[in-house]
Design a protein around this ligand. Structure first.
Ligand code: 4AD
Length: 440
């Protein structure tokens, strides 16, 4: 039997009776009734029953089946047969079974059990956890979201860029960078491609995007923070204002919510998730309005402070009731909460031309216009207590002609978690990294 002739289990159900087929996958279930033995064989696309009856198949083949354990990897050559009692109405009568990989008899995690193991056990045994169709569905959907995002940017004239992840300085704030030893020097893991995506705009690229890891040395143990996450970053040149950037975010979100239901119908059903195309424009609320809305509900946030998790959640609820929207743009963040590169309002410099997108009460996007005027940028850097000399490699770009520009960073893992109603961001990531977890 040749593996090159293999078809997926789901395609067996399209075959006429007596069609010879080769399938391969994991032995998900074994049932032995003496003279009648069943294997439930699973591959990425589904499952099919293999039925071996004494008298119908070789004695030797029955012995091979007896030697199998759950999750062994096998290839099966046989003929399709209609059988009303078989799942999906078809089964394969085997002629040859080849063992491709042996599994130890005691599994650290049951693949086909209805009872869910605790998340740490699942993550410790992720390679087995991911064999569960409902877990793998998350990553099929994530893959389609990534492809939709990529296609969206290509279709809108963006260049895809790849920027360094070993860098010389912090971009967002000094507190949460991972220092690394870079030969004899200190270096850091990139918190975001911020400086490099801006460099591409100053280089005249007009529109760029990157989908890449970002690293944050955040010691919080929450359901929405990781130390390594996937960031979807963009930067756009020659903008009038940050409103131009919000419109791109909105279009991108609408594209994702329009495409995913058609691309992942089966997976969404398996997860019990219904996705409705969001109404646009998303409501836009300034931070000053947000403080008032929260105050009215008895939740007070000091004027000029950021919203904490509870505040964001409550605001999400208020917006849902008031505008019937899961999405809201929070705009004009206080200067004191934003990085030095943020563009400030000309008339009210305590407030910035920046925004967050809140989805179901959780921040998923941060963006805004950037300060592109050299003198002001240096002043802002000093005002934030940073040393302009240490940032010379970044600041000098602004001395030789920088167009007005802006962009955003979207947390891919948070988006997937919230779209699929997962209770923890770790479930949206193949091999998550948090303060305690470095393996697998
Ligand atoms: O708000 P952040 O830190 O903004 C930036 O990195 C800017 N450079 C973006 C820009 O272009 N102005 O991060 C952006 C998004 C957040 O909204 C969140 O979705 C995600 O990245 N994020 C995290 N996701 C998981 N774990 C963490 N520790 C995260 N930190 C940020």
């Amino acid at each position: 039997m040749k593996l090159s002739e293999r078809i997926y289990t789901k395609d067996v159900f399209e075959c006429e009776a007596s069609t010879p087929v080769v399938v391969a996958g994991f032995v998900r279930e074994l049932r032995d009734f003496g003279k009648l033995k069943f294997i439930i064989l699973a591959d990425r696309e589904g499952e099919v029953q293999i039925t071996a009856k004494t008298g119908e198949v070789d004695e030797e083949l029955l012995n091979v089946i007896d030697s199998l354990g759950k999750e062994c990897v096998v290839a099966v050559k046989g003929n399709v047969r209609n059988n009303e009692k078989a799942p999906g109405g078809k089964e394969i009568v085997p002629e040859e079974i080849k063992i491709l990989g042996i599994a130890e008899s005691i599994l650290p995690l049951e693949v086909r059990s209805k009872a869910r193991a605790e998340l740490p056990t699942r993550l410790d045994n992720r390679f087995l956890d991911l064999r569960k169709p409902e877990v793998r569905a998350v990553f099929k959907i994530r893959s389609e979201i990534a492809n939709t995002i990529r296609e969206f940017f290509y279709n809108h004239g963006f260049y895809e860029i790849h920027t360094p992840k070993i860098v010389a300085s912090a971009t967002e704030s000094g507190a949460n960078v991972f220092p690394i030893l870079y030969f004899e020097k200190e270096a850091f893991l990139a918190q975001s491609p911020q400086f490099y995506k801006q460099a591409c705009i100053i280089a005249g690229f007009e529109k760029v995007f990157e989908i890449a890891p970002a690293f944050r040395a955040e010691k919080h143990h929450t359901t929405r923070h990781l130390t390594e996450y996937t960031s979807v970053d963009t930067e756009i040149g020659f903008i009038e204002s940050y409103e131009d950037i919000m419109q791109v975010v909105e279009k991108l979100i609408v594209e994702i919510f329009s495409r995913i239901p058609e691309l992942c119908e089966k997976e969404l059903k398996l997860l019990g998730v219904e996705l409705a195309k969001p109404k646009t424009p998303f409501p836009r609320i300034t931070m000053r309005e947000a403080y008032k809305l929260l105050e009215n509900q008895g939740y007070s946030v000091s004027y000029g402070d950021e919203l904490d998790t509870e505040g964001e959640k409550l605001l999400g609820k208020i917006v849902k009731e008031k505008f019937n929207s899961d999405f809201v743009f929070l705009t004009e963040f206080p200067w004191k909460t934003r990085p030095f590169y943020t563009y400030r309002k000309e008339t009210e410099p305590e407030w910035t031309c920046s925004f967050d997108l809140i989805y179901k009460g959780v921040e998923i996007v941060t963006g805004g216009q950037r300060e592109h005027r050299y003198g002001i940028l240096v002043k802002q850097c000093i005002e934030k207590g940073m040393n302009p000399e240490a940032l010379e490699f970044y600041l000098r770009m602004f001395r030789y002609g920088a167009p007005p520009h802006g962009g955003f960073g979207l947390g891919m893992d948070r988006l997937v978690m919230l779209m699929l109603n997962l209770s923890n961001i770790r479930e949206a990531v193949l091999f998550p990294r948090d303060p305690e977890r470095l393996e697998p």
